[in-house]
Design a protein around this ligand. Sequence first.
Ligand code: PEP
Ligand code: CO
Length: 453
Amino acid sequence: MSQQPTPQSVLAGLEVHKGLEAKQQPHWTDPEAVVEATAELAKQPPLVFAGEVDQLRDRLAAAAHGKAFLLQGGDCAETFAGATADQIRNRVKTVLQMAVVLTYGASMPVIKLGRMAGQFAKPRSNDTETRGDVTLPAYRGDIVNGYDFTPESRSADPRRMVKGYHTAASTLNLIRAFTQGGFADLRQVHEWNKGFVSNPANQRYESLAAEIDRALQFMTAIGADFSEMKRTEFFVSHEALLLDYERPMTRIDSRTGLPYNTSAHFVWIGERTRDLDGAHVDLLSRVRNPIGVKLGPTVDGDTALRLIDKLDPEREPGRLTFITRMGADKIRDALPPLLERVRDSGATPLWVTDPMHGNGITTPNGYKTRRFEDVMNELKGFFEAHREVGTYPGGIHVELTGDDVTECLGGSENIDEATLATRYESLCDPRLNHMQSLELAFQVAEELTSASR
Ligand code: PEP
Ligand code: CO
């Protein structure tokens, strides 16, 4: 009889990548505390179950073949303080509202995937931050250090990884409660959307909302089983950046004997850590989860094909998602040749657009922001590129919050540079607020409906 490997032997198996270059890791100052924290993490129960992870892979396979659409969204950087019932509820609510609109627009199932319950670690362009004549380590996300600009707060503290685990667990628990316990009832979500379009600023979306209304009335009339529509599938994801966290959360599934990252259903590799010979690509090449890779405007076809060979050698449907983040001014030139090259190789990864990270600007008054119109422009470029090449535009990846923050410019509320200061809360990149997120969903739905007519 074969013996089940213990978590320890699993970890040993995953030490392989340790000799490889690991970019964007914190400089821990207390090695013993790192050993303690990772040992503590290795003892904690998994946050997700391998069966759910497999189910998400199947759903993503459908999206890669044009039979489903992915909506991935949430904070740029979740914070421990932000893991409150209200904020989690508002984000889940926003994603559910967007999903209903997109489902109607795409006439296909929408896979809901939060950038939630573990999106705590951030890559930074500089290792340090200087204010006046003081230089301190950069903020790398709550799972590494604090945002306050003091030496104590900015020092990397491994115990934060354990807190990150518990915060992810309580966030995921509430997500599961909301999405299984009746909060996600389709009729209720639609009522929220009716509230959104009743605002005079959003009048242009009224006719689409009215169409959805008629569809729901039709379903009621024919006696559709609404008890089934009280719950919904909702998956979670984050950037697998902090290796000292991801490694102990990677375990062998007792059912299949295969390694899974049990900290999220889906994990992705960022634009800054996707080196073919780097530790991040190596670690994720070994897990069974569906995984993503961000691709910026400078990526070439060869690199994309090598990433496919390394991360998805079996060309398994749903395994690999390419999340392109080119910038509104580059996508129409950069994306089509990439799509062609990958298509011609016979590979069918899921193609998703992140219209946020290529469109960052800094205002003269010092705010990191993005223009809603640039985000929409990149989205349109994404659909155009796929139409041109004959590949499937499989989903969107956005940074959003359910709160009424003022971090991105524009939208129907016309947030301008002066307004940014009123409620700018992000510790990292600017997020679409509740209204802007819904507007984006309505506009993408319009795009999808016109494509299918
Ligand atoms: C992010 O998604 O927050 C991020 C850092 O993206 P990218 O790796 O594409 O820059
Ligand atoms: Co970001």
